[in-house]
Ligand binder design. Structure first.
Ligand SMILES: *Cc1c(COP(=O)(O)O)cnc(C)c1O
Length: 370
C-alpha cells in the first residue's frame, strides 16, 4: 500500500547523515532535534504549540487528560474510523458516543453529533478521515453552542487545509482546542518508528500537555498530576525534520496519483470515486473507492495475484467490534457507516507511485470488473 523503500532511497544521504549526527550526539531523548522539529512544525502549521509524543494514540489520550475529562463524561466520535479514538475514551473510563458519517465524504455527520449531545457530553473528536477535513465550520459552531471541547484526530490529514465561509484558511489539526497526529511510518508524515504530536493555540493547554506527557512533572521529581511517559525520540525527530520539508511535495504526489485514478475510474458505474468537500483540500492518506454490486474481496484477491495490494479500511464499524459491546447500539443503528464498511476498498496510495504502476493498477481493476 505504501513504498517507503523508494522514498527512503531518494533522501538516503540526508537521512543517514542526520541519524549519524544524533548517534554521535547521544542526545537520544529530548535533544535539540526534538525541539527543532516542534518549532518547524509550529511554523508549517501556523499554530502556537506543537508538543511531540510517542504515538498518535497517546496524543489522543493526553489531549483528553489535559482537557480534564473525568470518568462518566461523554465524548462523541465517528463510528467509521480507526479504533484509537474510541479506545482511549474507553481506557480513561469516559463514555464513547458513536455517531454516523456522511455518505459522500465519509467524515462525521454534524447533524448526528447534535442529536447525540446530552448533559454529560464534554467533547467532540472529529477524525479527518482518509486525508480530508471534517466539516469543521459546523462542528465548531455546535461545540460553541453546547460549550464542548473539540479534539481533532488528524492522524490522516496532516497538511490539509480548510477554508471557512469568511475566507479564513486553517491547517487540519489547528482548528479545535487540541489537534492530534501520528507519525507512524505509513502516515502522510511518517517517521521510522512510532511518533505522534499534539497541537494547540492555547498556552495553558500546551503547558498541561507538556506536563502530562512527562510523568505529570514540571520540576524534576516533583509530580503535580498523574501523567504518562510519552516522548518522541531524537532519531525520529531527525527523520521528521527532513520529511517535513518535503510534506507539500509528498501531498502533491498523492493528489496527482488520485487524479490519475479518478480519470480511470470516473466513468465506471460499479465504482464511486472519492467525493471532494469544496471547503477542504485532500491529502489522500487513502484512495478509497465505494464499490457497487461487485465482490470486493474477490477483487482484492485478483489484484493480489498481480502483486497489487488493496485493503479494506475499515471492515467493521466500532459499534460491532467485540471490544466495545454497548447495549445502546445494535446492528442497523448506523446505516451509512455499516454500508461503507461493506462496500469500500482502498488502492495503493503513496508518494512514489509511477505512471506505469498506476496504469497497471487501474487496468487490472477495470479488467476485473469487465
Ligand atoms: C493511525 C491513527 C491513529 C493512531 O496513531 P498511532 O501512532 O498508530 O498510535 C489514530 N487515529 C487515526 C484516525 C489513525 O489513522
Amino acid at each position: 500500500m505504501v513504498d517507503l523503500k523508494t522514498q527512503y532511497a531518494k533522501i538516503k544521504d540526508e537521512i543517514d547523515q542526520a541519524l549519524l549526527n544524533v548517534l554521535e550526539s547521544t542526545a537520544f531523548i529530548n535533544g535539540p532535534e526534538v525541539k527543532a522539529f516542534e518549532e518547524e512544525m509550529e511554523r508549517y502549521l501556523e499554530v502556537k504549540h506543537v508538543l511531540s509524543c510517542a504515538n498518535g494514540t497517546d496524543a489522543l489520550q493526553i489531549a483528553m487528560m489535559a482537557l480534564g475529562l473525568v470518568p462518566g463524561d461523554e465524548v462523541i466520535t465517528s463510528n467509521f474510523t480507526f479504533v484509537a479514538s474510541a479506545e482511549v475514551i474507553a481506557l480513561l473510563n469516559l463514555k464513547p458516543v458513536l455517531v454516523d458519517v456522511l455518505p459522500d465524504t465519509f467524515n462525521i455527520d454534524p447533524a448526528a453529533i447534535e442529536c447525540a449531545i446530552t448533559t454529560k457530553t464534554k467533547a467532540i473528536v472529529p477524525v479527518h478521515l482518509f486525508g480530508q477535513c471534517a466539516n469543521m465550520e459546523s462542528i465548531l459552531a455546535i461545540a460553541k453552542k453546547y460549550n464542548l471541547f473539540v479534539i481533532e484526530d488528524n492522524a490522516q490529514a496532516i497538511g490539509a487545509e480548510y477554508t471557512f465561509s469568511d475566507g479564513t484558511v486553517k491547517k487540519a489539526g489547528c482548528m479545535g482546542d487540541i489537534g492530534t497526529t501520528s507519525f507512524f511510518p505509513s502516515k502522510n508524515l511518517g517517521c521510522y518508528g512510532d511518533g505522534g504530536a499534539l497541537m494547540t493555540n492555547n498556552d495553558a493547554l500546551a503547558g498541561k500537555i507538556r506536563v502530562i506527557a512527562n510523568h505529570g512533572m514540571r520540576v524534576k521529581y516533583y509530580h503535580d498530576s498523574v501523567g504518562v511517559n510519552s516522548r518522541l525520540d531524537s532519531l525520529q525527530a531527525a527523520v521528521l525534520r527532513i520529511k517535513l520539508k518535503k510534506l507539500d511535495e509528498y501531498s502533491f504526489a498523492r493528489q496527482r496519483a488520485a487524479e490519475a485514478y479518478n480519470k480511470a475510474f470516473g466513468g465506471i458505474k460499479q465504482l464511486r470515486i472519492p467525493i471532494r468537500d469544496p471547503k477542504s483540500t485532500h491529502v489522500f492518506h487513502q484512495y478509497t473507492l465505494l464499490t457497487d454490486s461487485i465482490d470486493r474481496f474477490a477483487l482484492q484477491e485478483f489484484l493480489a495475484k498481480r502483486n497489487i495490494p488493496a485493503m479494506v479500511y475499515y471492515p467493521v464499524p466500532l459499534h460491532l467490534q467485540k471490544a466495545y459491546p454497548d447495549p445502546r447500539y445494535k446492528k442497523g443503528d448506523f446505516p451509512v457507516t455499516e454500508e461503507l464498511c461493506s462496500k469500500v476498498i482502498s488502492l495503493p496510495m503513496h508518494t512514489e507511485l509511477t505512471d506505469a504502476q498506476i496504469r497497471l493498477i487501474t487496468e487490472s481493476v477495470i479488467e476485473y470488473i469487465g
